[in-house]
Ligand binder design. Sequence first.
Ligand SMILES: O=C(O)[C@H](O)COP(=O)(O)O
Length: 345
Amino acid sequence: MAAAVFNQSIGASQSLGHFNTSGLHQEFGKGSVRLISKAFEVDVGLSKRGCYNSSQRNLSIIRASTSQTSLIDIVSSPSHNKSNDSRKKSGEAALILIRHGESLWNEKNLFTGCVDVPLTKKGVEEAIEAGKRISNIPIDMIYTSALIRAQMTAMLAMTQHRRKKVPVIMHNESEQATAWSQIFSEDTKKQSIPVVADWRLNERMYGELQGLNKQETADRYGKEQVHEWRRSYDVPPPNGESLEMCAQRAVAYFKDQIEPQLLAGKNVMIAAHGNSLRSIIMYLDKLTSQEVISLELSTGIPMLYISKEGKFIRRGSPAGPAEAGVYAYTKKLALYRQKLDEMVH
Ligand SMILES: O=C(O)[C@H](O)COP(=O)(O)O
């Protein structure tokens, strides 16, 4: 299967014209990207003849504006690429979703929702293990919820990434916060990954169940009622959010802020929560409100999607950092991994 997917993607990219390696040069600095198979030469040859390629133009726009702007400007105005809509659609990017590692209230079996609790020791280990599994996959931007358990998961996972770029949480809550968190070195900026924390990726707000024990709640209200609150699509818990209400904010945020980055060829990781991610996966996989009910996400397991021409192809969960199948999905993933291997030697 992986081989078939690999050949298919080569065919597809040749029909798209040529394979752009400029992004890799920007990512790893000048120097030739050594090819990992003859099949790539046709593509790189074309791009060497100076054929126009959108992501090079996009990169030059971002590169040019970087000198006058902080990391936040690249992140907060994905629309600056809106004018290249047609070219953007050819952008191919990796999207990684991770539900936070086990939290202290998961451990106590308490409804958590938007209460801001940290990870357990096991949750920390889960986050680090997740980081190992995605350590060879490119990440240009990270989005988390406003809750510490998701932010801890993202930061701990990135300690395992082989590219060793530094995730930097963006602060734009006020003009002063933006000004005081500026980075004044271009090289340091290039070695940083913007992390955007936003409440719209928070766990669904569990209303008057927050802090209650799930078993005691089932004993008090009945198993069926609690199951309906936890896993129906449009029935909210008392004074809380239904999954549908959670989707309205989480999916809207994904479409407005994250999808334009993917279409521009940016590789993105989202560290969030069981229900905010279930609602995003419902959108990515086009699940019905009936199908999403049975979708369960384990803590700390990374899921990989390939975003291509506005479509999302689910690729499962990388079993390990060197799982060959993952790097057969797209040429960019294969070349990125190869460059990481070269950096080590
Ligand atoms: O908010 C919580 O309690 C958990 O993170 C998710 O709970 P659920 O699996 O009951 O929706």
